[in-house]
Design a protein around this ligand. Structure first.
Ligand code: UDP
Ligand code: MG
Length: 148
């Protein structure tokens, strides 16, 4: 089954949105297979965002992302990467539809409260980076009510 890496950014944690974001993924039908609150190092975050290192906003992004704890999670389910991105909304909160996480809870791109893997390939890389210890495999009793 597909997995995606979802991370509540420091602003989402500070603003008390952890429960709200988890609730949305749970209620959609995805399964939580890993989660931790962690204060990442600058090097760890630079590796996470290494594709963006030439961007002008990169130093600000790293400062923002290391300004407090993040909630790192892995969610599992059919189409988890694409569906997770739909649930997050667009990168720019102003382009995000109401009803999405970014559309509902934030205003600026540099404080957009959550991260979600943009592909299965990115997800596999990000999950290995944030959870080298692996994830928890478990059977959900809801599975036959979510999948036909
Ligand atoms: N970002 C920013 N300014 C920009 C574009 C992106 O501060 O003009 C930040 C924003 O927090 C975004 C993150 O960099 O979530 C990663 O950018 P990406 O293009 O990968 O967007 P995402 O995948 O998070 O939607
Ligand atoms: Mg991205």
């Amino acid at each position: 089954m597909e997995r995606t890496y979802i991370m509540i950014k420091p602003d989402g944690v500070q603003r008390g949105l952890v429960g709200e974001i988890i609730k949305r993924f749970e209620q959609k039908g995805f399964k939580l297979v890993a989660m931790k609150i962690t204060m990442p190092s600058k090097e760890h975050m630079e590796t996470h965002y290494e594709d963006l290192k030439t961007k002008k906003f990169f130093p600000g992004l790293i400062a923002y992302m290391t300004s407090g704890p993040v909630c790192a999670m892995v969610w599992e389910g059919k189409g988890a990467c694409l569906e997770g991105r739909k649930m997050l909304g667009a990168t720019m909160p102003s382009d995000s539809a109401m009803g999405t996480i970014r559309g509902d809870y934030c205003i600026e791109v540099g404080r957009n409260i959550c991260h979600g893997s943009d592909s299965v390939e990115s997800a596999n890389k990000e999950i290995a980076h944030w959870f080298p210890e692996g994830v928890c495999e478990w059977e959900s009793c809801e599975a036959s009510w979510i999948y036909e």
